[in-house]
Design a protein around this ligand. Sequence first.
Ligand code: MN
Length: 301
Amino acid sequence: MADSPTFFNLPGPYHGDNAYFKILPVPYEGTVCFERGTALGPERICAVSDQMEYIDEESRREFWRRGIQTLPPVTIGESSLDEALPEEVMARVARAADGLFSEESFPIILGGEHSITAPVVRAARKVYPNLSVLQFDAHSDLRDSFPPGGKHSHASVMRRVLEITPHLAQVGIRSFCETDLVECPEQVQRFITPVMLEENFDDSLARIIDFLTDVVYITFDMDAFDPAIAPGVGTPEPGGLTWRQVMNILRRVFAAKRVVGADIVETMPLGGNFVTTEFLAARLAAKIMNFQYLALENSKN
Ligand SMILES: [Mn+2]
């Protein structure tokens, strides 16, 4: 069997155990309720990643010189038809995430569906008790449970995260349900919608910064973006975020906080030549690594 593609396809010294950036692929789509194909996301994102240039266009720096190791994908099953049960997959993700959070490494988890964020956040919080979570998403994902997958559904993942840390900033939300209003009224008040960002970006950004503690984990559902630029997602919602809005938020968050890791989930490759969303996800991963690289450089001075 051919080896899976690695992120950026880097030469020898840059992809080994000493690499600072760790890419963890999780090709899972067990609780997806609509279109399928998200399990192919991690491999396709890595496959397109070596088409990107090595220099960050903004900073003119080369973040990859700190090394990028692509870890073996978390084993889900031999095919999407014989995936393990959600509880077992969550346990495997938890084992893979344990040890990834430290001063010496910065993990980026590539999904796969969004449910995998909960065990990762739990692993991060063991290391950083004061952890907060910055979520980019079209959907609030606050249902207590949802079939299939129940409590482990990708539509319940942020409810699970709220059980781990109360510090959650939700950005890009434009789809939520009536039980959110009843069961999580304070969290609904905190939604930062695309309209709010468009009408008053500085105020919205100040609110995001205010909701977060000093230590931040980022979970990025690709459907946060407008479907015009990210069509390859399972449940697209109109009226999403632009690339520039996301970059402006991330730039400020990395400058103001200590970011300790991230995931990029729910990329659903459309097949054929429709690779826009995979490229967008790969570029987002590169940008996150670049912002972290710059934060480390600045903290030295
Ligand atoms: Mn979503």
